[in-house]
Design a protein around this ligand. Structure first.
Ligand code: B12
Length: 241
């Protein structure tokens, strides 16, 4: 596993550390971020509350824990999953580690616009679909990349997506679907958004094992990805346009 120490070298965090932290304490901070990175990548979720507390007590900003340790670790995990060198149970453990850490960090991140307001994503499983493991992984990855996520849950009605768009003005609305039968509901979801006059205000994203890029193209859907880390990267492209 690649260490994050090298990636810290050229960033602002390093400068801040060099200015404000005595030389003998610098290694501790880098070690702590490295430990959080490794624990996340290894899925050691039980370690996370202690590690996060130590980091916060040691003066590391919550956003640096997210940006320098949690997010890169999840990107590594997602890349390995995509490459077939890491398997689903390991990815779920890493997702859980990230969620445990985020639960500790979220109160501290409120008001930190750089991390919490990169964009807003509304997501749910399509009408009739109860499979939410993939959706929850997508949420973890999106939150890790700084998105505010409105999770509408499972078996979400057309009107619930429309209401959530009106209420939250997201840049992206995402459908997750695992059943070939319920994928047939996706065009209906899009129609409901069009009829409410909201289609031009959001990019639509779609995913789930049976979904393909061809499917997305057929319905004019802007974002498709076949795994959670690729999904988060695509979401970033949407808000950075
Ligand atoms: C777990 C599971 C269940 C659990 C779901 C529990 C839960 N909380 O999710 C339970 C037991 C409830 C269940 C029920 C059913 N299931 Co089921 N289930 C599965 C199983 C074993 C795993 C699915 C899963 O979680 N995969 C792992 C996740 C991580 O993958 P994923 O969802 O594809 O998500 C990834 C990507 O697709 C992407 N992604 C996901 N969402 C999104 C969204 C966006 C916007 C983007 C960009 C990307 C993205 O990122 C994710 C992470 O990398 C699959 C078998 C399989 N091999 O897939 C069957 C499977 C999906 N189920 C199936 C069926 C038939 C059913 C039932 C109809 C069974 C029955 N007769 O009752 C019911 C239907 C319930 C319903 N109405 O939804 C079939 C579907 C066949 C089909 N093509 O239609 C499958 C394929 C099994 C099979 N081989 O027959 N199921």
């Amino acid at each position: 596993m690649e260490s994050i120490k090298s990636s810290i070298n050229s960033n602002i965090l390093k400068e801040v550390i060099e200015i404000f932290i005595p030389r003998e304490r610098r290694l501790d901070i880098m070690d702590l971020l490295d430990d959080i990175y490794k624990a996340t990548a290894a899925g050691s979720y039980k370690e996370m509350p202690r590690l996060v507390k130590e980091a916060i007590d040691g003066g590391i900003a919550a956003r640096d824990i997210t940006n320098k340790a949690l997010s890169p670790a999840m990107i590594e995990v997602g890349d390995k999953f995509g490459a077939g060198t890491l398997y689903m149970p390991d990815m779920l453990l890493s997702a859980k580690a990230m969620q445990v850490a985020m639960a500790e960090l979220k109160p501290l991140l409120k008001g930190d616009t750089d991390i919490i307001e990169k964009g807003t994503l509304v997501i749910g499983t399509v009408k009739g679909d109860l499979h939410d493991i993939g959706k929850n992984l997508v949420i973890t990855m999106a939150e890790g990349q700084g998105f505010k996520v409105i999770d509408l849950g499972i078996d979400v009605d057309y009107s619930a997506f429309v209401e959530a768009i009106k209420k939250n003005s997201p840049q992206i609305v995402a459908f997750s679907g695992l059943l070939t039968t319920t994928l047939a509901n996706i065009p209906e979801h899009i129609r409901a958004i069009e009829e409410a006059g909201l289609r031009d205000s959001v990019a639509i994203a779609v995913g789930g094992a049976p979904v393909t890029r061809d499917f997305a193209d057929r319905y004019g859907i802007e974002v498709y990805a076949d795994d959670a880390s690729a999904a988060a990267k695509e979401f970033i492209k949407v808000v950075e346009k």
